[in-house]
Write a protein that binds this ligand. Structure first.
Ligand SMILES: [Zn+2]
Ligand SMILES: [Zn+2]
Ligand SMILES: [Zn+2]
Length: 62
């Protein structure tokens, strides 16, 4: 369960997985990608972009 309070931007579900990606920011925060347990949408925690594939998390990579 995600601890940041995000909801899926595709279906509104709160059942999200979270994965830290990239480098740590100077302020101590990190970029997080979420995966929705209900609809499978994968999106950026801060920017809200939905990814069809993600090299960081290995999503959609064959
Ligand atoms: Zn969803
Ligand atoms: Zn989030
Ligand atoms: Zn990702």
């Amino acid at each position: 369960m995600a601890s940041c309070g995000c909801r899926c931007i595709a279906c509104g579900s709160a059942a999200l997985g979270g994965r830290e990606v990239g480098e740590a920011h100077p302020d101590g925060g990190r970029d997080i990608h979420h995966t929705c347990a209900d609809c499978g949408a994968h999106f950026d925690h801060l920017e809200g972009d939905i990814f069809k594939s993600c090299a960081e998390c290995g999503l959609g990579q064959d």
